[in-house]
Design a protein around this ligand. Sequence first.
Ligand SMILES: [Zn+2]
Length: 206
Amino acid sequence: MLPSTYKGPINPNGGFLCLSMHWRPEPSAPDPEIPGQKLSMASYLPTAPDAPCLCGSGQTYRDCCRRQRHWYPICPNPGFQGYSLVALQSATFTSIDGARWRERLLDDSRLHCAEDSPQRGFWLYWGDPAVDDQYGTLCFGDIELKNGQTLYITAMSDVRMQALLDLLTELATAPLPPPRMSYDKVEMIDKVTGKHVKLRLPRTAR
Ligand SMILES: [Zn+2]
């Protein structure tokens, strides 16, 4: 899976592992937009020690992620405004008015509807403007409407989740109750042993 275009050596102390998600039309579909498919990609971004750290901390790479024991992946922020450390997470809003939310979500140009059935709606957040590359349109998170009364938001980083929550706040006609948040473990590489380990991103690194 690694790397897509980079041909040099991969060094956990010399750069970042970058995860991205693309949406692209199904080649054989009569309507090129629906149904489409999600394509996840990993690439390696070599980084100079004195370059600004790609995790977005504001420090140099030498003083930040290069010193970490674990090799944390990063992912692009919405609109491709820099990167953030990957921290898989979800937010659940229950007892919402599904019919009204469906209308609002279908109307929003920053979202791409991938499924709209009586039981389920599914939207990909493309941002504004959407960013296309040779693999498709970059996706920055998902919104799922379940059973007409639950909104389930998934995002790969804190910055992405905040962008999605800001979007929902903007679309809501009344203040939303706080969502139930859940954080998943992320697979990363121990730089000392070379082993893959699953860890939660430490709160202090957020
Ligand atoms: Zn960093």
